[in-house]
Design a protein around this ligand. Structure first.
Ligand code: FAD
Length: 390
C-alpha cells in the first residue's frame, strides 16, 4: 500500500476546483489540490473581476439550483467577511414576443421568482443610459448581480488552506491511473494516491479523460471594457447588469463599472474553436468593432472600447454542464463543460462535488448533467432548449 493516501485529490484550482476544495476541507477530510499554473492565472475561465449571477434562465432546473448557489455565496461572504456578491438587478432586452424571453418568464413563474415587464418610459426613468426602441421587450429582475470572480476563487483557496487542505501550484497532472488498486494521480515528478479523485480541469478536461471522448469544445471568447467620461453613471448603484438577445439572435451582456477595467460588455458564444494551450490570446479587431457598433446604438455614453481580454469557454453541444461519476470508475468524479455560464454555480458545484466524494450521491437534481444523457446520431448531446446566456 502507498505510504500516504489522501481522502480526495482535486485536479484544477479554478472556480469549480477551489469551491470543491473548500467544501471538502470543511468536512475535515485530507485534501490535495493540484493546479498546473499559479493560482489566479489568466489562462483558464475563472479570471477577471466580474461574472453575472442570476435566476434568469430559460431552463427551470438552473433557476431552481440558483436558489442554493445564491445561499452558498452568501455563506462564503459571511465566513470570509468579504463582499463577493453585488446585487444590481438586471435589464433584459429582446424583441417583443421573442421565444427566449417567453421561456425565461415561464421558468421564473414555475420557480416563483419575481420579475417585472417594463415599457420604454419606465426604463428611461430608471436607467436613462439605455437607448431602446418601442419594439423591445424589457424584463426587470431584481435579484441579478455580479460576483467578484477572482476574489471568490482566491478566498475559497485561502479558507481551504486554513482548514488544512494542501494546494500545490505549478503542478500539472499528466495522467490519472483509475484502474490501479487505489486511484493514482501522476505528475512529472510524483505520484499521489487518493480514495477519491475529482476532475475540475476546465478547458483541459478532455486531455485528462481522453478515453471518454467527452463532447467538449474549447472556444476563444472576448470581452470589451469601456471607460465612460461619467463613471458614476455606471457605478453598480446606478447601472444594472444587462442582457440582450438581438434581432440577429446574438446574445449580448454587460455589467456596471467595477474594478480596474471599467464597464464590461461582451457577446456570448460564437468564439472560434482553439486548443487551451493556443497562443491565440489577443483580442480581434473585428470583434472590438462589432462591440463598439452595438454600444453606439444601445449605450452611447460608454464610448469606445478601452481594453479587451480573452477567456475560454468549454462548451457542450446542449450547453448544459457535465457533473457525474466516471462511467468506468466509481471513485472518479467530473465537473466540466460549463459552457460560458458556470461561474455563478461554483458555490453549489463545490458542494455537490463534496457530496459525491463523500457519499457517491448528491441531494441536488444533477440528472440534466449526466454524461449518458440523450445523444444525437453524431454522438453529441441533444440541444433541448434555446441557447443559454451567461
Ligand atoms: C469571457 C467569459 C465570461 C463569462 N461570464 C460568465 C458570467 O457572467 N456568469 C457565469 O456564471 N459564468 C460566466 N463564465 C463562465 C465561467 O467563468 C466558467 O464556466 C467557469 O469559470 C469554469 O470554471 P472551471 O473551474 O470549470 O474552469 P477554470 O477556472 O478554467 O479551472 C480549471 C483549472 O484546472 C487547471 N488544470 C487543467 N488541467 C490541469 C492539469 N492537468 N493539472 C493541474 N491543473 C489543471 C487549469 O489550469 C485551471 O486553473 C464566463 C466565462 C468567460 C470565459
Amino acid at each position: 500500500m502507498p505510504s500516504h493516501i489522501y481522502d480526495t485529490i482535486i485536479i484544477g484550482a479554478g472556480g469549480m476546483g477551489s469551491a470543491a476544495t473548500y467544501h471538502l476541507a470543511k468536512t475535515g477530510a485530507n485534501i490535495l489540490t493540484l493546479e498546473q499554473f499559479q493560482r489566479g492565472h489568466t489562462l483558464g475561465s475563472s479570471h477577471g473581476e466580474a461574472r453575472i449571477i442570476r435566476f434568469f434562465y430559460d431552463k427551470p432546473f438552473y433557476t431552481e439550483l440558483m436558489k442554493t448557489a445564491y445561499a452558498e455565496w452568501r455563506d462564503l461572504e459571511n465566513v470570509s467577511g468579504k463582499q463577493m456578491l453585488f446585487i444590481t438587478g438586471s435589464v433584459n432586452l429582446g424583441e417583443k414576443g421573442n421565444e427566449y424571453g417567453e421561456s425565461v418568464r415561464k421558468s421564473l413563474d414555475t420557480k416563483h421568482v419575481e420579475y417585472e415587464v417594463w415599457d420604454k418610459t419606465q426604463l428611461k426613468e430608471r436607467f436613462p443610459q439605455f437607448q431602446v426602441t418601442d419594439e423591445m421587450e424589457i424584463i426587470w429582475q431584481k435579484d441579478t448581480g455580479f460576483l467578484y470572480a477572482s476574489e471568490c476563487v482566491s478566498t475559497y483557496l485561502k479558507l481551504a488552506e486554513n482548514l488544512g487542505a494542501t494546494i500545490r501550484e505549478n503542478t500539472p497532472v499528466i495522467r490519472i491511473d483509475w484502474e490501479a488498486d487505489i486511484p493514482t494521480v501522476l505528475t512529472e515528478d510524483n505520484q499521489f494516491h487518493a480514495r477519491k479523485v475529482i476532475v475540475t480541469a476546465g478547458a483541459w478536461t478532455s486531455y485528462l479523460l481522453k478515453d471518454l471522448e467527452l463532447p467538449l469544445t474549447v472556444t476563444k471568447q472576448q470581452v470589451c471594457y469601456y471607460n465612460p467620461i461619467d463613471k458614476l453613471a455606471f457605478h453598480p448603484d446606478r447601472f444594472p447588469v444587462f442582457t440582450e438577445i438581438t434581432c440577429d439572435d446574438e446574445f449580448m451582456y454587460g455589467m456596471p463599472y467595477f474594478g480596474e477595467n471599467g464597464v464590461k460588455v461582451a457577446r456570448h458564444g460564437k468564439g472560434k474553436t482553439i486548443s487551451p494551450d493556443s497562443s491565440d490570446r489577443l483580442p480581434d479587431s473585428d470583434y472590438i468593432r462589432y462591440m463598439d457598433n452595438y454600444i453606439t446604438s444601445r449605450i452611447p455614453e460608454l464610448g469606445r472600447t478601452n481594453h479587451a481580454e480573452v477567456c475560454l469557454y468549454t462548451e457542450t453541444p446542449d450547453e448544459d454542464f457535465i457533473i457525474d461519476t466516471h462511467p468506468h470508475c466509481p471513485d472518479l468524479y467530473i465537473a466540466a463543460g460549463f459552457s460560458g455560464h458556470g461561474f455563478k454555480f461554483c458555490s453549489l458545484v463545490g458542494k455537490i462535488m463534496c457530496e459525491l466524494a463523500l457519499t457517491g450521491e448528491s441531494v441536488f437534481d444533477i440528472s440534466h448533467f449526466r454524461i449518458d444523457r440523450p445523444k444525437t446520431s453524431e454522438g453529441t448531446f441533444l440541444r433541448l432548449y434555446p441557447k443559454n446566456i451567461n
